[in-house]
Design a protein. Structure first.
Length: 239
């Protein structure tokens, strides 16, 4: 996600991981009139750095309306978005250039911060920093179909980064349990991830944590996946 090259007076913070919100340069909440207005803003944010045509906007944001209704709704919402942001002292936040609409603002986001962490080496501190930022999946509270590919990409990159970390770094028990709490399905539902976590506990000779994890995993497979846990694969670990 690229920062805008727009007016430095138009400074926005955008939070998308879990519950989405917009704040100003002082991190004070910016309130827009209704959900449709938020939808257009977040859509333009999602395409930051790439002009989006009116037709593409209408297709993605007003799929159930005919063309004329979609045009009317789009221009009404766009007018309201500009009006709402002007009330916070921001001018010309939405511009038309290069054949499409763009955000004319300097935008900082939780996705930027997350992607920065994913470029660093794994450690207890970098993992804690990631868990502080990651409050849920990309636009999880909105369920935007147009955001699903990015959502899956971010999630996959995080799990890959954690996997590499479990192979290379001896995370503390506290951090591992936070990983398990945040990425429960990814950890308990994958034998590969489970092996990595157990080996991390094994380095500490923490049989209690291994036993607790395997019991918890067996319950997850039985109660939520409705399949039998592969005990033989984990017989080398005493529990």
């Amino acid at each position: 996600m690229k920062k805008g090259k727009g007016l430095k007076t138009n400074v926005l913070n955008v939070y998308t991981l879990g519950f989405s919100k917009i704040t100003d340069r002082n991190n004070s909440l910016i309130k827009l009139k209704n959900q449709r207005v938020y939808d257009v803003f977040f859509y333009l944010f999602h395409h930051m750095g790439h002009p989006v045509s009116r037709d593409q906007l209408m297709f993605d944001l007003f799929p159930h309306l005919d063309i004329e209704e979609a045009k009317t709704s789009f221009h009404t919402v766009l007018y309201q978005l500009r009006k709402d942001l002007r009330e916070y002292g921001m001018k010309d936040v939405i511009k038309y250039e290069g054949g499409g609409y763009v955000l004319n603002a300097y935008v900082k986001s939780d996705v930027d911060m997350l992607e920065g962490i994913l470029k660093t080496e794994q450690s207890d501190q970098s993992m804690i920093d990631l868990l502080e930022i990651y409050q849920g999946q990309y636009f999880e509270s909105n369920y935007y179909p147009w955001a699903l590919q990015k959502q899956q990409e971010i999630h996959s990159n995080i799990i890959y980064w954690i996997s590499i970390g479990l192979d290379r770094y001896d995370f503390s028990t506290l951090v591992i349990n936070r990983i398990l709490a945040t990425f429960r399905e990814d950890c308990l539902g994958s034998c590969e991830m489970l092996h990595r976590i157990i080996l991390n506990f094994n380095e500490k000779k923490d049989l209690f944590q291994i036993k607790k994890l395997l019991i918890r995993t067996e319950e997850y497979w039985r109660d939520e996946l409705d399949i039998q846990f592969p005990h033989k694969e984990f017989e080398i670990y005493s529990y």
